[in-house]
Write a protein that binds this ligand. Structure first.
Ligand SMILES: NC(=O)c1ccc[n+]([C@@H]2O[C@H](COP(=O)([O-])OP(=O)(O)OC[C@H]3O[C@@H](n4cnc5c(N)ncnc54)[C@H](O)[C@@H]3O)[C@@H](O)[C@H]2O)c1
Length: 255
């Protein structure tokens, strides 16, 4: 991947962002990118050791807070910690997510409930936690990390796909509810991306797609930075696939 950061504008100067699930994977790349563009970032995650180490590595513009996105109380603490450290939150990236596999006929009910709790209830609570502050600030940007699995069906991913379609729907409703407050709400739909969640996935698994390779976390982070920034000032309720064309369909095998 080309190095991001060297030619970046500081589009996010003055913004304070919370990135959930930011201790590793895509969220870590998002934290780096938002800071590179001038934002102050609070990483909220359940992985304390990784989160603290990452925050130290990125520098003084990043604070790690322990946040289980399924807890409204933890959300209130995270928003207040962000306010004390950097000022009122104006950007929220609902990125934390978990995966569960299982064909729908045999999948465990407990897996469905857990996945919905983290991937859908978590962002819902996050939106509720930041909206009062964003209103007071005269606006904000909320970016929900859904998935290609929130645009199409995927075998053995019923719980995950349900949560990501739900998050896409929540995004549209929230965009309608909050537009008068100048709070924009959009969703991003990554395809396969090289993170611990997709451990073991190789380019060959993507050979049938328009761009026949796995994505890099920085490529999703770039889309987050755009939607967080004022460059996207007229964009709300949108769904941005950053998936190498995965949801377009498949090409016939080469040769
Ligand atoms: N990697 C992919 O191929 C891919 C594709 C499409 C969408 N996504 C989505 O992108 C987002 C980031 O995924 P990733 O690939 O970086 O995965 P990852 O597993 O590397 O990172 C997810 C992060 O979320 C955190 N998390 C999990 N439960 C949490 C909770 N209850 N509270 C707070 N944090 C919690 C984890 O500790 C981890 O740091 C997820 O929403 C995922 O569903 C990933």
């Amino acid at each position: 991947m080309g190095q991001v950061g060297s030619t970046l504008e500081r589009r996010l100067e003055g913004k304070v962002a919370i990135v959930t699930g930011g201790a590793r994977g895509m969220g870590a790349a998002m934290a780096r990118r938002l800071v590179a563009e001038g934002a102050k970032v609070v990483i909220g995650d359940v992985l304390e050791a990784e989160g603290k180490e990452l925050a130290l590595d990125i520098g003084p513009d990043v604070l790690f807070v322990t946040l289980d996105v399924t807890s409204a109380q933890a959300w209130a603490q995270a928003v207040s910690a962000a306010g004390e450290a950097y000022g009122p939150v104006t950007v929220l990236v609902n990125n934390a997510g978990i995966l569960a596999y299982g064909s729908v006929d045999v999948a465990a009910e407990s897996d469905l409930r857990r996945v919905l709790d983290v991937n859908l209830v978590g962002p819902f609570l996050g939106i509720q936690a930041v909206v009062p502050t964003m209103r007071e600030q005269g606006g904000g940007s909320i970016v929900n990390i859904s998935s290609a699995a929130g645009l199409v069906g995927m075998a053995s991913l019923g719980a995950y796909s349900s949560s990501k379609w739900g998050l896409r729907g929540l995004t549209k409703s929230a965009a309608l509810d909050l537009g008068r407050d100048r709070i924009r709400v959009n969703s991003i739909h990554p395809g396969g991306v090289r993170t611990p969640m997709a451990a073991g996935a190789e380019d060959s698994a993507f050979a049938v797609y328009a761009l026949p390779r796995i994505g890099e976390p920085e490529e999703i982070a770039a889309a987050v930075a755009y939607l967080a920034s004022d460059d996207a000032s007229f964009v709300t309720g949108a769904e941005l696939a950053v998936d190498g064309g995965m949801v377009l369909g498949t090409l016939p095998p080469a040769g």
